[in-house]
Design a protein around this ligand. Sequence first.
Ligand SMILES: [Zn+2]
Length: 190
Amino acid sequence: MISVHTDAQGFIICRMHEAFLSAPSEVLRALRSYLLTRRKGFWEPVAEFAQAITPAPPREVKETRVGRVYDLGRLREAVNAEWFDSTLDVRISWGRNPKRRLGKRNTSIAFGSYTKATNLIRIHPRLDDSEVPEAFVRFVIYHEMLHVKIPPHRENGRWIYHSPAFRKAEKRFPEFSRMEQIATRILDRL
Ligand SMILES: [Zn+2]
């Protein structure tokens, strides 16, 4: 909540939580006295105030589901119903940063991601394009939902995300090889 150090030029650098903006004047006076004298007695009221600051709750991750072309909420419900008996409870959003290019010859992982900590699937915003077939967007969602259904496991100290069971389930998607072709085509173009 507050830190004090002296830089190479001898300047005192004091960083503090924004709650100090509304700190009582005796706390700020004590801080000033501490910085000038470095006497412990002045630090106590400052430390006390710092300890009472409640850290801000982590920022809620915003979900942006309705794109220009595709509504991810609708597609998630469809994929959930068709492949998971509507049993998966997962959030979904278009990813940010549409300017970042997908890596050349990337794998399908670049089209989407799943973060367990926030229970959120993110879909690459480049897929929100009428030239991208809806079936392919569904396929990417299906892939990420499989990560919810089939969590990664550790094997010889490594995390396995795409186990043989995962790959087998993934291939059940209709026209799987066409999906792979579309993936390659999109990756070449983006
Ligand atoms: Zn994956």
